[in-house]
Design a protein around this ligand. Structure first.
Ligand code: NAD
Ligand code: GLY
Length: 371
């Protein structure tokens, strides 16, 4: 895929046989028709966005698509994790059916991870599957959620519990979109970037430590490098284990604790990336208590999370039995097996493994991190 290749545009290939696709990273991509030249033409395209992102970027994208599609439709969803649910998903199907969209219709997800996950799930299920393209506009979505084909909505009892594996045709990461991102969302995205260090690449972790100020200042070269390296690591993992039968689970470092925080507080109270940031610190403490890393590693990760603007103290979810509530929530996790919680822990910096841990040990970590 050579579309719109300025020298600064990076192309990463995600190798999944007939479901392979490119991730394109650069500036000025979202609103350029060249970016989409390899996407099949069809009678209609549906851009799915939300009330925050659509006013900023939908006109650019719609304009870029206009010459390839007879009709370019837009559906604008309510914004927020709390709307990652059935009634909101239904709005996408309503738009498709009310406009007579056939099975060649291409969906374009324009927004953060919430829009991306919901659009992907709609694409996976509308007429048993229509093509879709990810146009992520948050840092978190550019480095993680738009890549790899996990799509889902939440259930009140558990996060991302209903969904499908369904790969996009292309991922378009336009660095320019990050200019309007609120700082809190930037920090949330940094959590998923930091994650790639302890699980796969400590040299990248060193680089993040050294360049964090530039990332916080959204310096373009630093951003481009962080997004590219994150996508390379994610593409490498997903190419080996698309459906998470093993290796892919390492991408969930911090997520078991993080998802418990998100659902325990009520979706939207903490951002997903904030849950992951704090969850990584908790998982690092657990790794230490399992004898897999030393205290210095836990301190180093905690320091970086703090510098990135992430919370490292976990919230109290129950006044009566806080650790019990965490354990209850963490049992509703896709990695759980026969009710046994399985954690991604660090088995020496740069290497992650999935394993269970005695409840008493986990309770100790929760007590420590909530204190
Ligand atoms: P989000 O989609 O809620 O976006 C965060 C906020 O930023 C929203 O208010 C959004 O409207 C706004 N926004 C988006 N782009 C903007 C821009 N350019 N300028 C200004 N505002 C902008 O949250 P997120 O952090 O992008 O994604 C979190 C979601 O992703 C969670 O639901 C999580 O479960 C999911 N996720 C999925 C995967 C996966 O593999 N599928 C991986 C990680 C996270
Ligand atoms: N974000 C975890 C995964 O894609 O597997």
């Amino acid at each position: 895929m050579q579309a719109n290749s300025s020298p600064d545009t990076a192309h990463i290939h995600i190798d999944l046989g007939e479901r392979s696709y490119p991730i394109v990273i650069g500036s000025g991509l979202l609103g350029s028709s060249l970016t989409y030249q390899d996407i099949p033409k069809a009678a209609a395209a549906l851009v799915v966005s939300n009330t925050t992102v659509a006013p900023l970027y939908a006109a650019q994208l719609t304009e870029a698509l206009r010459h390839r599609y007879g009709k370019v439709l837009l559906v604008t969803l309510p914004d927020g994790e709390v709307h990652k649910d059935w009634p909101t998903l239904q709005l996408i199907f309503d738009a498709l059916l009310e406009n007579g969209c056939d099975r060649k219709t291409v969906l374009f997800a324009l927004g953060g991870g919430v829009v991306g996950d919901m659009t992907g799930f709609a694409a996976a299920s509308y007429m048993r599957g229509v093509p879709f393209v990810q146009v992520p506009t948050t840092l978190l979505a550019q480095v993680d959620s738009s890549v790899g084909g996990k799509t889902a909505i939440n259930h009140p009892l558990g996060k991302n519990m209903i969904g499908a594996f369904y790969q996009p045709l292309q991922v378009v990461c336009d660095l320019d979109a990050l200019a309007t991102l609120p700082s809190r969302e930037l920090s949330a995205g940094l959590a998923e970037i930091i994650k790639y260090g302890p699980i796969a690449d400590m040299e990248f972790f060193d680089w993040i430590e050294a360049n964090l100020e530039d990332l916080l200042a959204r310096e373009p070269a630093a951003m481009a490098h962080a997004i590219r390296r994150s996508c390379e690591i994610k593409a490498w993992v997903v190419s080996q284990d698309e459906r998470e039968s093993g290796l892919r689970a390492i991408l969930n470092f911090g997520h078991t604790f993080g998802h418990a925080i998100e659902s325990g507080l009520g979706y939207g109270e903490w951002l997903h990336g904030e849950g992951v940031g704090c969850g990584m610190v908790m998982a690092a403490h657990l790794s230490e208590r399992l004898g897999l890393v030393d205290k210095l590693f836990v301190e180093r990760l905690t320091r970086l999370a703090l510098r990135a603007g992430l919370p490292v103290r976990a919230p109290v979810l129950s006044a009566s039995d806080n650790a019990g509530r965490y354990l209850e929530l963490m049992r509703i996790d896709k990695k759980s097996e026969a009710g046994e919680i399985r954690f991604v822990v660090i088995d020496g910096p740069g290497k992650a493994v999935v394993r269970s841990a005695p409840d008493a040990l986990v309770r100790g970590v929760i007590d420590l991190c909530c204190a």
